[in-house]
Structures are given as structure tokens and as C-alpha cells.
Ligand binder design. Structure first.
Ligand code: NAD
Ligand code: UGA
Length: 476
């Protein structure tokens, strides 16, 4: 029986865009996205969606009310669906066993228990959330232990690989769709049903089918490999700064090797986002539980280098400003964890802001898409209400944010920061005026000609036309 109705539990960064694209490409399927958050569902049903994602508004506009619905009626959504995506959050545990490392599966378990309570017909349950290997087994145990008479379940793993900021393109033109299932007649039939949904727009050769555990582990592995590349290039950025090599040139040279490839070699203030850190910590925890300490230590290092890079960058800002930023005004350009999203989860900007505030700086913050309330919430959580009220001002544009400041710190690679009128900005700043480019996106030569003292990642800069010395390397 082809799938006629889909329900997705979780209307977040994954559930919302993924189901919008499914609705767009499968007009013959009724898609309902449900969430326990009334506020989030109200936003999906309004003109201002709860997340900023290029292209998402258009897709939602085309489908909403036709074959795409957002609802808090979870019971109805589950009861009517043939196939249910579980797309709830799986944050790092904050207490108890595995605190700070293991994935907290309470929301996944909650969703599974709701399905078991409500469903009175057979369902295909699809794990879309990122989970530890063998999580599907737990879902299966809950469903099969609580099933109503005559109701049977198939559990599939179908991890999501979209990146925020490019989610719609990633979903429309996915490199691959991964579906894991049980190697039984019923399991294979369920895999085929989900393949059929994706085949509405994804070529069959790009739909990979595997066993359930391979699918679950592949998701953690993909994020670990991507983050590892960033930590690798970031570790080399420190070597570049100490030697006179330029990390962009190194990345270009290394990335031209077709075996390595050029993507994900952009040195930065460090990676952020809701998933890289949480998923690698989860992988580390799994390895430790499997008594594989060497493997755990290997992946832990990807996180450690990221912490090192964020601290190294913040220390560079303070060190360059004569080792004190107390009462200095510093403009933070960008607060999102990457461009083209309003998401600030694990944003490196939070780390930088906290360090500068701890040192007594006054921050002027501007981000094109992050809501003011979100910035205040993140900083209040990281520091405290008193510090934030006393020392943080929010601005609606880069010019007013930078006026009268001692330094600009670029934390997010928003395109609009590249084309600002830096001559005007320089004129309105305190002197000497500093730029710390945490994303290596600005034209450093041009900035130095204007008069800025420029610091970037993985590159020694010239001050007033004079190349800085190599420090320790010259003495070797
Ligand atoms: P999110 O926090 O944006 O959304 C999760 C939603 O689930 C929330 O709105 C929450 O209210 C809802 N929810 C939780 N429990 C519920 C329940 N029992 N019933 C109804 N609603 C419930 O999370 P997200 O960023 O969409 O991530 C979801 C999963 O997808 C995570 O496992 C994440 O690792 C994975 N993932 C995220 C991304 C990404 O770019 N954000 C990409 C790939 C995979
Ligand atoms: C990442 C993966 O790219 C997705 O495939 C995955 O589905 C998702 O995590 C997830 O599981 O949540 P996302 O975190 O949205 O997607 O964004 P990325 O483009 O991967 O960027 C992550 C962080 O790395 C950002 O802070 C970004 O600025 C940084 N980054 C990225 C670099 O510092 N250098 C690079 O070369 C690339």
C-alpha cells in the first residue's frame, strides 16, 4: 500500500523543512507536522516562520493548507498516518549517567510511547532524529511491548543530512538519502515504501539502503568526518600563524588533491551548531561504553581542538588590545553559528562574547537574522543577567554597531559584512582601530590600507605596511 498520510513529530529545523519539501514533491501525500509546542506551531501557521531558511517561505506558502499542515493535535496526526517520522531533539544529557556526552533520548522515547498509546493500525515509524547506534532497538522494544492487539510496527532509520542555511537545496538535491531497516520481508517492504516517497524527486541511485545500525552509525560518522576536517584545518591555522604560512593557501593546495577535495577546509573561529559537538560527544560516549578508549580519544580530539580554537581566537583579541579590554567597546559582527540562519545553538560567538564580557568589555552586537531576545537569552545563560544588562548593546545594522568602538570582531561569515563601507566605519571608530576576522572573509589588504590593524585566522598580517616578525620561528 503506498503511503497516503505522513505525520512528523517535531516541527523544528529538521521536521519543518523536510516535511515541507516532501509535501512539495509529493502532492499525492498528506503531510502533517505536529509539535507539543503551541508557540512553534502557531509560528508555522503564521506568515513569520519560526526558523529562517532561504527558500523555505516559498515552499511552505505553496503547500500549507493544501497537503501540508502544522498542528498541535498530535493524537490525530499519529492516528491517521501510515508513516510517522520522529524528528524530535536529541540533546546531550545534562545530568546522570553519561552527563555531558551521551545523547538524551527522552524525547525520542516520549514520541515512541505516544505512538504506542495512540496507534490502532499498523505504522511505519521512521527515526529521523540523530540517535546512538541501536536506538531503533529501544524504539522497537517500547512499541512492541505496548502495542494494541493486531497492530504491528516497522522501524526504519532515515537520518537527515541537511545543513542549516542551505536546507532547501540540500533536501531538493540530496547527495544521498539513507534508509536503514530490518532484513525481514516486512522490514524490506517498509524500506521500499519510504524509498517510494523519496523517489518522487530523488533518483533511485542516490537512495542508499542499509541495515538499521549502519544507517544510525553513518549519520554520526558523517558529522564526525565533517567536523574533523574543520578541526584539522583549524589546528593547522595555529601552525600558519606561528610560521608565516597562510592557511587559505594551504587549504587550497591540500584541497586540490581530488582524494581530499576542497570543501569544509575553511579555517574559522571554530565550528558551532546544534549537532557537531553533540553527535561527536555521543560517538565518544558510545566508544567508551564499547570499551574502545583509543577510538573515543581519537574523536574527542576533534572537540578539544574546537575548544582550543575558540579560546585561541578570543585570547588573540584580548592580547592584541594591549592585554586589557576592560571598558573597551567591541563590535561583534554576527551571532549565528553560520551565515543564512538565525540559529545560535553552540555558536562560537557565544564563547567569544562570554570571554570578552568576563574581561570587562562592552559589546555592541549586530546579526542580520538572530532575534535580539535570543542573543540576550544566550548571553544571560552563559554569563548572568547583571553583566548582560550592564555591558551588552544590540544594534540593527553594522554601521551603528561599530561606531565609537575600539575593535570589530567578525564571528559569522554573513555576505553583507564583506561589502560594508569600511572607510566610513574606520572614520567612526576609536584609533588604533582593529579588525579580528574570525571567518577570513574580509579583504585584509584593503582594510590595512584604510588604516585598520587586522588579525585573521591562520595568517600573519602586516601592520601599517610592515610585515610582522615571525616571533619564535626567527629565533630557531
Ligand atoms: P529542534 O529542537 O529544532 O526541534 C525539535 C522539536 O521537537 C521541538 O519543536 C520540540 O518541541 C519537539 N518535540 C520534542 N518532543 C516532542 C514530543 N514528544 N511531541 C511533540 N513534539 C516534540 O531540533 P532539530 O534541530 O530539528 O533536530 C531534530 C533532530 O534532527 C535532532 O536529533 C538533530 O540531531 C537532528 N538533525 C538536526 C539538523 C539541523 O540542522 N538542525 C540536521 C540533521 C539532523
Ligand atoms: C551539519 C552538517 O553539515 C549536516 O550535514 C548535518 O545534517 C547537520 O550538521 C546536523 O546533523 O545537524 P550544520 O551544522 O547545519 O550542518 O552546518 P555546517 O555547514 O556543517 O556548519 C557547521 C559549523 O562549521 C558552522 O559553525 C560553520 O561555520 C563551521 N564551518 C563549516 C567551518 O568553520 N569551516 C568550514 O569549512 C565549514
Amino acid at each position: 500500500m503506498p503511503i497516503k498520510k505522513i505525520c512528523c513529530i517535531g516541527a523544528g529545523y529538521v521536521g519543518g523543512p523536510t516535511c515541507s519539501v516532501i509535501a512539495l514533491k509529493c502532492p499525492n501525500i498528506m503531510v502533517t507536522v505536529v509539535d507539543k509546542s503551541k508557540e512553534r506551531i502557531a509560528q508555522w501557521n503564521s506568515d513569520k516562520l519560526p526558523i529562517y531558511e532561504p527558500g523555505l517561505d516559498d515552499v511552505v506558502k505553496k503547500c500549507k493548507g493544501v497537503n501540508l499542515f502544522f498542528s498541535v493535535d498530535i493524537e490525530k496526526g499519529i492516528r491517521e498516518a501510515d508513516l510517522i517520522f520522529i524528528s524530535v531533539n536529541t540533546p546531550t544529557k545534562t545530568f546522570g549517567n553519561g552527563k555531558g556526552r551521551a545523547a538524551d533520548l527522552k524525547y525520542v522515547e516520549g514520541a515512541a510511547r505516544m505512538i504506542a498509546d495512540i496507534a490502532d493500525e499498523d505504522k511505519i515509524v521512521v527515526e529521523k532524529s540523530t540517535v546512538p547506534v541501536r536506538a531503533a532497538e529501544s524504539i522497537m522494544n517500547i512499541l512492541r511491548a505496548n502495542h494494541k492487539p493486531g497492530v504491528s510496527y516497522q522501524i526504519l532509520s532515515n537520518p537527515e543530512f541537511l545543513s542549516e542555511g542551505t536546507a532547501i537545496d540540500n533536501l531538493l538535491n540530496a547527495d544521498r538519502v539513507l534508509i536503514g531497516g530490518e532484513d525481514t520481508k516486512e522490514g524490506l517492504a517498509a524500506v521500499e515504501e519510504l524509498c517510494w516517497v523519496y523517489e518522487h524527486w530523488i533518483p533511485r541511485k542516490n537512495i542508499l539502503t542499509t541495515n538499521t545500525w549502519s544507517s544510525e552509525l553513518s549519520k554520526l560518522a558523517a558529522n564526525a568526518f565533517l567536523a574533523q576536517r574543520i578541526s584539522s584545518i583549524n589546528s593547522l591555522s595555529a601552525v600558519c600563524e606561528a610560521t608565516g604560512a597562510d592557511v587559505s593557501e594551504v587549504a587550497r593546495a591540500v584541497g586540490r588533491d581530488s582524494r581530499i577535495g576542497p570543501k569544509f577546509l575553511q579555517a574559522s573561529v571554530g565550528f558551532g551548531g546544534s549537532c557537531f559537538q553533540k553527535d561527536i560527544l555521543n560517538l565518544v560516549y558510545i566508544c567508551e561504553c564499547l570499551n574502545l578508549p583509543e577510538v573515543a580519544a581519537y574523536w574527542q580530539q576533534v572537540i578539544d581542538i574546537n575548544e582550543y580554537q575558540k579560546s585561541r581566537f578570543s585570547a588573540k583579541v584580548i592580547g592584541s588590545l594591549f592585554n586589557t579590554v576592560t571598558d573597551k567597546k567591541i563590535a561583534l559582527l554576527g551571532f549565528a553559528f553560520k551565515k543564512d540562519t538565525g540559529d545560535t545553538r553552540e555558536s562560537p560567538a557565544i564563547h567569544v562574547a562570554k570571554t570578552l564580557l568576563d574581561e570587562g568589555a562592552k559589546l555592541h552586537i549586530y546579526d542580520p537574522k538572530v532575534e535580539s531576545a535570543q542573543i540576550i537569552e544566550d548571553l544571560t545563560y552563559a554569563i548572568d543577567d547583571y553583566h548582560v544588562k550592564k555591558s551588552v548593546s544590540l544594534y540593527n545594522d553594522a554601521y551603528s554597531a561599530t561606531a565609537g568602538t575600539h575593535a570589530i570582531v567578525v564571528c559569522t561569515e554573513w555576505d553583507e559584512f564583506i561589502t560594508l563601507d569600511y572607510k566610513n566605519i574606520y572614520n567612526a571608530m576609536m584609533k588604533p582601530a582593529y579588525v579580528f576576522d574570525g571567518r577570513n572573509i574580509l579583504d585584509h589588504d584593503k582594510l590595512m590600507k584604510i588604516g585598520f590593524e587586522v588579525h585573521s585566522i591562520g595568517k600573519q598580517m602586516q601592520r601599517c605596511g610592515v610585515k610582522r616578525t615571525w616571533g619564535s620561528m626567527n629565533q630557531m
